[in-house]
Ligand binder design. Structure first.
Ligand code: NDP
Length: 337
């Protein structure tokens, strides 16, 4: 990259050169590091938040010039750690690159996984990974659901939402989801077993829409989007309703987030609204794995993945989360097993 003076402005000239370099990357003796061959990478909305230096964030920003990091599924190629051996499959934080040299610290969240014939390895980034656990912990620990309650979920066909809805159905709740395309609405109703679903982009008045789907009001709102949908849901909650503030994907790129007009409902309706991070509930992770794996094996739940091929596609797949391009959990296959 070079800067060229042009009249009063400097112009950036970017040239792209392809170079192939062969280097040996092995964990140095005594480093405790392991060399991973990355197989699958996960695209997650929280990664957008790491692209700005936001003081209130719970996770540090990405470092310019370094590969992005995120959840992945990888195979150990070489190891200087007594806990991992070549051939092991692991999931945890890795780099957006073909091979990563990592030290398995707590921040890396690395854990071994077993390849199963009936469960794709990539499911450890969705159904059996961080998004699945977010659904499980958010629904059971934050929403404290009761059988027969009325549950509304936004971004309902996504990595988190699709599992929240299915868990709520298994719990005996009445479940409605919103999504941004006709295809996603169809999946919610006909594949994921939601009672009802609607395309929020076709609904000019969200308050009226929610009144139509919940004439008796909403007991639980699992909020993945924030903004106007959160406002409309607040206006339609029942007395003692609960709102799990899981994510606000509609606000990620707005510098001036919209205001909420229906907050006053919190008091007369005694609504509880709680923001949460899945990492607050990690002691429940083994129970989650056992329950959800068993539901999946019994055919009680299904999981939709959007698998894209090749590392080069990863940036556009990540950006696509914010326009709803993904249908289900967005995963990138970097290499075959
Ligand atoms: P998804 O797989 O649901 O992908 C994001 C989806 O958000 C898109 O497909 C799109 O669906 C929807 N979307 C994008 N932009 C907008 C917008 N402007 N308005 C409304 N909807 C929009 O993502 P995840 O399931 O991985 O994540 C869902 C939410 O959960 C996110 O907010 C994420 O940040 C949060 N999260 C929170 C965690 C926690 O610990 N609290 C952990 C993991 C995730 P559509 O086409 O239906 O609009």
């Amino acid at each position: 990259i070079e800067t060229i003076p042009k009249e009063t402005d400097m112009v950036l000239k970017v040239s792209q050169i392809e170079i192939e370099i062969e280097i040996e990357v092995n964990p140095p003796k005594g480093s405790g590091q392991i060399l991973l061959r990355n197989l699958y990478l996960s695209c997650d909305p929280y990664m957008r938040g790491r692209m700005r230096n936001f003081h209130a964030s719970y996770i540090p920003p990405f470092v310019p010039g370094q590969p992005l990091t995120g959840y992945g599924v990888s195979q150990v190629v070489n190891s200087d750690s007594p806990d991992f051996k070549p051939g092991d499959y692991v999931t945890g934080i890795t780099g957006w690159e073909q091979y990563s040299l990592v030290r398995p610290t707590q921040q890396q969240h690395l854990r071994k996984i077993r390849p199963d014939d009936d469960i794709p390895l990539s499911f450890h980034l969705g159904l059996l990974g961080m998004p699945g656990f977010t659904a499980y912990a958010g629904f059971f620990e934050v929403c404290i659901p009761k059988k027969g309650e009325y549950v509304f979920i936004s971004a309902a066909s996504g990595a988190v939402g699709q599992l929240v809805g299915q868990l709520a159905k298994l719990h005996g709740c009445y479940v409605v989801g919103s999504a941004g395309t006709t295809q996603k609405v169809d999946l919610l109703k006909n594949k994921l077993g939601f009672n009802e679903a609607f395309n929020y982009k076709h609904e000019p008045n969200l308050d009226a829409t929610l009144k139509r789907y919940f004439p008796q009001g909403i007991d639980i709102y699992f909020d993945n989007v924030g903004g106007d949908m959160l406002d409309a849901a607040l206006g339609n909650m029942r007395v003692f309703g609960r709102v799990a503030a899981c994510g606000m994907v509609s606000l990620h790129s707005l510098s001036d987030p919209q205001k909420l007009h229906n907050l006053y409902n919190l008091i007369p309706k005694r609504i509880k609204i709680q923001g949460f991070l899945q990492s607050d509930y990690l002691e429940s992770f083994p129970r989650f794995l056992e329950h959800v794996t068993s539901y999946y094996r019994q055919g009680k739940i299904v999981y939709i993945e959007d698998m894209n091929e090749g590392l080069e596609i990863a940036p556009s797949a990540l950006v696509g989360l914010f326009s709803g391009k993904n249908v289900g959990k967005q995963v990138i296959r970097v290499a075959h097993q």
